[in-house]
Ligand binder design. Sequence first.
Ligand code: URP
Ligand code: ZN
Ligand code: ZN
Length: 460
Amino acid sequence: MSLLIRQGEIVTESERYVADIFCEGETITRIDKNIPSTAGIEVIEAEGKYVFPGFIDPHVHIYLPFMGTFAKDTHATASQAALIGGTTTFIEMICPNRSDRPLEAFELWLGKAQGKSACDFSFHMGVTRYDAGAESDFRDIVQRGVASFKVFLAYKGALGVTDEELYKTLSLAKQLGVITTAHCENADLISALQQKLLAEGKTEPKYHYWSRPPFVEAEGVHHLLAFAGATGAHVYIVHTSCEGALNMAIAGARRGLQVWVETLIQYLLCDQTDAEKPDFEGAKFVMSPPLRSKHNQDVLWDGLLSGTIATLGSDHAPFDFKDQKEMGRSDFTKIPNGIPALEDRVNLFFTYGVQKGRIDLHRFVNAASTQAAKLFGLFPRKGAIQIGSDADLVIYDPTYRGKISAKTHHMNLDYNAFEGMELEGRPHIVTVRGKIAVRDGQFVGDPSRGKFLQREPGHF
Ligand code: URP
Ligand code: ZN
Ligand code: ZN
């Protein structure tokens, strides 16, 4: 059935106006002042609501074997939670073990998502080993539509790469025209600091921060950028948490490097004191890089406003408090890292960014949707409200008032790091390629509608 969205206030990264949107099949086919409705068309009255392009989360983990356990969500639970929160596309990290064959990992992750995701999805291919066989697989995987790599400078001995592997990965990325996303923390420094802290009997969650202070992250960015300079590769720094790391990236961009920065909603709204909560409560807030001191939040908000930070992701990595975070009760290095935020990213960004006057509506749309579409080869199919774009639309109610709670969220997880935080806005209706998937906090769509989005290399 065709959809007519009437009288909403359309907001994109650069425009804001009231109009009707007509969607035929999966696509936006008309945008005009007064489009007449005819029989057989579903009409959505959107007066008083914003109409945003579907939001894109450029950094999620769903199937994730990590630190001796597995992330909790399935593609069914995660994709429906994403849609309820307004995210219509996510890009998941394929994170194979060092000994796994990359092509098999790609097939495994694709098999987990295909037919089980309610929203559209793509992948970043994790490079966790580089040799001739792996290189040949990476070439095939790019051909199959995965036009970005992911490298970890942290997690030595597990997901992390050596400098030789990093150099080869970036050289291949440059040759193929794909962007490389990177977790930037110096693994050797982390390991030395972890050993020192544990030897001093400092085992509580709060010491996670002290094993990865800001200079560890800034050095990781500096390190990556040296290799980006040597190879000419395009790089994207994931989950940037602090001023030192951001300044390092800005300096690189000023030197002419092709570098983009992502931050996360967690770093904007939570801080180091959360991870210092007593009775092991701080474990809920253990992630890497760690939550930082509060002054960094202003720096990150300013970066989002000015555009030195390109995107806002969730780095969704769901581990239960009771059974999984618990694994590190007597040793912070064993707490599975991650703070899930896939469902809440957009509503929190709108509430604490737009509603509190920290960011304007256009930067909001750009950072939470359009910029990711552009960087990762999805634009203008995604991230836009244009004729010919996919009809992924978020009809957003800025008058909604509510509170976040693990009791009512849809992620498969026993806690929510944003528990009790007020929301001032949420999606009223969310569409996935022209079909309604969400109405007022309820998933009402087709649970297997999500498509694997193949992306072309060389779009920049
Ligand atoms: O702590 C985090 N960020 N967990 C997920 C894995 C990663 O490093 O992105
Ligand atoms: Zn990471
Ligand atoms: Zn991540």
